[in-house]
Design a protein around this ligand. Structure first.
Ligand SMILES: Cc1cc2nc3c(=O)[nH]c(=O)nc-3n(C[C@H](O)[C@H](O)[C@H](O)COP(=O)(O)OP(=O)(O)OC[C@H]3O[C@@H](n4cnc5c(N)ncnc54)[C@H](O)[C@@H]3O)c2cc1C
Ligand code: FES
Length: 354
């Protein structure tokens, strides 16, 4: 069982997860709840994060095994507020309803440290943020971070079914009032304005099409926004998307170590947490497995090329990726790769997680 009400916050028994105390549960809308979280003091450093990143919660599954679900941090690392994730019920879904029905203030939950690449390079540039429903969480973190610690202006287009499904309505209004020159919220209510289809979105987004865009919400909304922005001439590498989906399998157990070859195979030099090591890269092993087998504490979550938790940057050498559902053209051009999907194309590869 990964949740308890009695034990004090302490490191989790597993090597990869950490315990966080739930200090408050906030009913945001009839079907969305926020968990305000506090890591144990000895884990606090591991929960430093960038705006737009997510946690992977370890929930008790129906058959006893753990279930992994990712939730973006809606809190900003630049405002001094505590960590907060917001979970919206999905009809027929297991994890979201379990969280909303079972977790209360005082409980503890286990989570992997923050991960993800849906985060702006600079807080000083003007941004366009587009969210649908629970997709507001990472973009709210980005918006608050720009307003608190940067100089950029932010326009947020936030699409919802109707007024009752708008999460963070009061917080958004307060932010807009506090930063009238820098923060504009455009609400799109399907009950009033109809579906956000590309041509109508394009009309609304004309003034902001030159900005870097961060888009998070249901697939059809993200497709419509991308189509609208491309119609307006926005280059694809300036449109970043965060896709919500459920992880499968146990992402919390470390994979079996990969045997290092007696001969052949290459090597990888890795820089992580200020330390540099060179370790063997056995033939056929994904980069992540080679690192873990050598005892490198490399980050990961899904191991399916779908979550970006294992992202690192290739400094020298070349790799190929079997699957990539998350890194965009800009990330690839900058040398970012998914360690869980990377196989070597050169004998020596140098990577960094900094
Ligand atoms: C990076 C990232 C960030 C995220 N951030 C957030 C966030 O901030 N807030 C948030 O609310 N969510 C977020 N999510 C989504 C979240 O992780 C879960 O996917 C979501 O809560 C649904 O999980 P669930 O267990 O309730 O649904 P699941 O049980 O995974 O079910 C999902 C859907 O599939 C259907 N389904 C399930 N099993 C079957 C079956 N056997 N046959 C047919 N249909 C089936 C269900 O009815 C449901 O409609 C994020 C996901 C990612 C990857
Ligand atoms: S661990 Fe999720 S993409 Fe590699």
């Amino acid at each position: 069982m990964s949740v308890s009400t009695s034990e004090p916050a302490a490191p989790a028994t597993g090597t990869r997860t950490h315990r966080l105390r739930i200090v408050e549960v906030v009913a945001e809308t009839p079907d969305a709840r926020s968990l305000v979280l506090r890591p144990a003091p000895e884990s606090a450093d591991r929960f430093a994060h960038r705006p737009g990143q997510f946690l992977t919660l370890r929930l008790p599954g129906p058959d006893g095994g753990p279930v992994a679900r990712c939730y973006s941090l809606a809190s900003s690392p630049h405002t001094g507020e505590p960590l907060k994730v917001t979970v919206k019920r999905v009809a027929g879904g297991y994890g979201s309803n379990w969280v909303c029905d079972h977790l209360a203030a005082g409980d503890e939950v286990e989570a992997l440290p923050p991960a993800g690449t849906f985060t702006p390079d600079s807080l000083d540039r003007d941004l366009l943020l587009v969210a649908g429903g629970s997709g507001i969480t990472p973009v709210l973190s980005i918006a608050k971070s720009v307003l608190a610690a940067g100089r950029g202006r932010v326009t947020l287009l936030y699409a919802n079914r109707d007024e009752t499904s708008v999460i963070f309505r009061d917080e958004l209004r307060a932010l807009a009032e506090a930063h009238p020159e820098r923060f504009l919220v455009l609400h799109w209510l399907e009950s009033l304005q109809g579906l956000p289809v590309p041509d109508r979105l394009a009309a609304a987004l004309v003034p902001y099409a030159g900005r870097e865009a961060f888009v998070c919400g249901p697939g059809p909304l993200m497709d419509a926004v991308e189509q609208a922005l491309r119609t307006l001439g926005a280059p694809g590498e300036r449109i970043h998307r965060e896709r919500f989906f459920s992880l499968s399998g146990d992402v919390f157990d470390a994979p079996e170590p990969v045997a290092a070859p007696d001969g052949g195979g290459g090597e990888v030099t890795v820089e992580l947490d200020g330390e540099t090591r060179t370790v063997p890269w056995p033939p056929g092993a994904p980069l992540l497995d080679a690192l873990l087998a050598a005892g490198v504490d490399a980050p990961y979550s899904c191991r399916e090329g779908a979550c970006s938790a294992c992202t690192c940057r290739v400094v020298t050498g070349e790799v190929s990726m079997a699957r990539n559902e998350v890194l965009d053209d800009r990330d690839l051009a900058d040398g970012y790769v998914l360690a869980c999907q990377s196989l070597p194309l050169t004998d020596h590869v140098e990577i960094t997680y900094s």
